[in-house]
Design a protein around this ligand. Structure first.
Ligand code: TYD
Ligand code: MG
Length: 455
């Protein structure tokens, strides 16, 4: 028999290499390639005879449809992020940095579901039963019927959850601790994680239970991260937040049964996570509106408007190369705005350090924040505070034009609701509400904005 061949798999992106290398060609990461056994996965060894195929009936696109059967947790921020609750027979991956609060969130979800009469099994591979119980006590979940197991072996877990009455939802915390007898690689490698996840997904599809898989994001790439199983599961949610801040965002990045870009917002407390139904109020909480360099951005997260403050500090530099530092936004986008300000508005920032910060540790991904960023920069440079009751949104192009963005009406409605009477928005914006009493100022281009702010 031929000597069993091994392969070299990048633990960051899963690219297979024929030999070991220091750097992965697939993702460019260093020191992420690990030797694995290719037959360790699903499908058995090389000696197996292939099974003869069986034809399945082809069908058309029209015909009967059905709504995915869902399990609602009653935690509305979580239900919103999952698109209306966990779907039976599907697998959801919840990723996030270690210590961000994934286990806490899922314990709370398990307790809420159990109180609604669902059978929930929580399999912890990271903590002993006593530790999980302690957490449950702190979260006020100890008096529920959630069933616990501390186990990491895939076959044992499957045997455990298949026994007795069928569970409605199974939580596996975390996929990195799973290991299977059928895979030879070390626990935590891509092969082991994939094998384990595949087995759990198969269980969900066969039994109709909802499967929730926890995955730690690994910066080092030494342990297989959630990225390598993203394509296998039905939905992927990331739990994010800044360690220095007390709120957390559950962000949908993939969902076969609902919309993506939805977010659920939570606030941390000693009794666990609390839902935040109006995130704008949280992000604008500690605002000092009289200071120059602060502009409120009216943003959108999926279907939900979020108001957040963008802060800029522009100061003469003492260095040869001025500093540019950004927190919560894209730094190349900042460079672009600075270049456009210089080229089209004569705002020279070559001798200035520029610092940009999004308040509250929030991260903005929308290009619609351009106008708010430009306003904050000009305001800081000019030393003039912006009107306290005004919001800003609009995308800036390289020509200096301000381009309309989507969902104008929702942004303005949220601003009005929170007491903002004015807005600077792109000219030719659709759906601008009329007759509401709001001062909606349409901005044609960046020179127009600079003239309005700096006079
Ligand atoms: P944990 O849920 O264990 O994080 P993860 O499973 O993502 O690694 O939470 C980390 C720590 O933070 C834990 O000691 C509990 C604490 N914590 C709170 O005290 N309150 C909260 O609301 C949350 C989310 C966590
Ligand atoms: Mg945990």
């Amino acid at each position: 028999m031929a000597k069993p061949k091994t392969q070299f798999v990048c633990q960051n992106c899963g690219t297979v290499h024929s030999r070991w290398a220091g750097k992965c060609d697939g993702c460019g990461e260093w020191n992420t390639i690990v030797e694995e056994d290719p037959m360790g996965g699903i499908g058995g060894g090389p000696g197996r005879a292939p099974k003869k195929g069986r034809a399945v009936a082809l069908t058309t696109l029209s015909g009967e449809t059905e709504q995915a059967p869902r399990i609602h947790t009653g935690i509305s921020e979580l239900d919103r992020a999952t698109g209306g609750g966990f779907v039976r027979g599907s697998a959801v991956l919840i990723g996030g940095d270690p210590g961000i609060g994934k286990s806490t969130l899922l314990m709370q979800a398990a307790a809420a579901l159990s109180r609604r009469g669902h059978r929930i099994i929580y399999v912890s591979g990271e903590e002993a039963v006593a530790q999980v119980r302690l957490r449950a006590q702190r979260l006020d979940a100890a008096n529920t019927e959630v069933l616990l197991a501390a186990e990491t072996n895939v076959e044992d877990i499957l045997a455990t959850i298949s026994e007795g009455k069928r569970p409605d939802l199974v939580i596996i915390d975390s996929i990195q601790t799973l290991w299977s007898d059928t895979a030879d690689s070390a626990p935590g490698t891509v092969t082991q994680v994939r094998t384990g996840v595949q087995a759990m997904i198969r269980f969900a599809k066969q039994t109709g239970a909802a499967m929730v898989l926890v995955g730690h994001v690994t910066k080092e790439g030494q342990i297989a991260g959630p990225r390598v199983v993203e394509h296998m599961v039905d939905a992927v949610l990331y739990f994010e937040g800044d360690r220095g801040h007390h709120y957390r965002i559950l962000r949908t990045v993939k969902n076969r049964f609902g919309p993506t870009d939805e977010i659920g917002v939570f606030e941390m407390s000693d009794k666990g996570l609390r839902e935040v139904s109006n995130p704008s109020e949280l992000f604008l909480g500690e605002r000092n509106a009289k200071a120059p360099g602060a502009a409120v951005f009216a943003g959108m997260e999926g279907t939900r408007p979020v108001l957040v403050e963008v802060q800029a500090l522009v100061a003469p530099t003492s260095l040869g190369t001025p500093r540019r530092a950004v927190v919560g936004w894209d730094s190349s986008r900042l460079s672009m705005i600075l270049a456009v300000l210089e080229a089209h508005c004569g705002v020279k920032l070559g001798q200035h350090d520029v610092y940009l910060n999004v308040a509250g540790g929030y991260r903005i991904s929308e290009p619609a924040a351009d106008l708010a960023v430009a306003s904050a920069l000009v305001s800081s440079l000019a030393g003039l505070a912006l009107p306290a009751d005004c919001v800003y949104f609009g995308e800036i192009s390289l020509s200096g034009a301000v381009r309309p963005v989507s969902q104008t009406a929702q942004r303005l409605k949220e601003a009005e609701k929170l007491g903002f009477a004015g807005a600077m928005l792109p000219a030719a914006s659709a759906e601008v509400p009329k007759g509401t009493g709001g001062r909606w100022t349409e901005i044609d281009d960046l020179p127009d904005l600079v003239a309005r702010i700096a006079g």
